[in-house]
Design a protein around this ligand. Structure first.
Ligand SMILES: [Ca+2]
Length: 169
């Protein structure tokens, strides 16, 4: 089992596995391993969450068009009608976590894809950069097997900034 860790404006996530056929044949459709990967239940069913103690905007599942203001983007789901969203800030230092344990069948090749979007406006003289990391941990959590930094802010710049992307692992 692997624990998938990500944070901030996650639009959808999917882990699919494909089995290599023993003989030439039409490949089977990929099997979805993530539960509620696109948050279309309208809540965090299937996911574990941990929000910062005093968040700027609480971690929640939201529909399109939500913005905290300050020139920041409005939520815009890239799959279905819902996204996982949070304020990427609050009284810290602290972390905002969103994860799911996934069992990958032996002999299968797994591919993880997810869409993310993050924005910031560092007008209030922050003393620490904010970062968005993707981590793969052992089942149940533990020291990361892999950490990928997707975004790190620059507190020396007060400009409003945005970044987005799609990752495949
Ligand atoms: Ca969705």
């Amino acid at each position: 089992m692997k624990k998938l860790f990500a944070a901030i404006a996650l639009a959808c996530a999917a882990v699919t596995v494909a089995f290599a056929p023993a003989a030439p044949a039409a490949p089977a459709a990929p099997q979805q391993l993530i539960v509620n990967g696109s948050f279309e239940t309208g809540n965090f069913t299937g996911w574990g969450t941990d929000d910062i103690g005093i968040p700027f905007v609480p971690l929640d599942v939201r529909g399109a068009g939500f913005t905290p203001g300050y020139g920041l983007f409005a939520t815009a789901p890239t799959d279905g009608s819902f996204v996982a969203d949070n304020g990427f800030d609050g009284c810290g230092p602290d972390t905002i976590e969103l994860w799911q344990d996934v069992s990958i069948p032996a002999g299968a090749e797994a591919t993880l894809t997810f869409d993310w979007r993050v924005g910031w406006n560092l007008f209030a003289s922050p003393t620490l950069n904010r970062s968005l990391d993707f981590r793969v941990e052992p089942g149940g959590g533990g020291a990361p097997l892999q950490t990928t930094n997707l975004v790190t802010t620059n507190i020396a710049s007060t400009a409003t900034a945005r970044s987005r992307g799609r990752r495949t692992r």
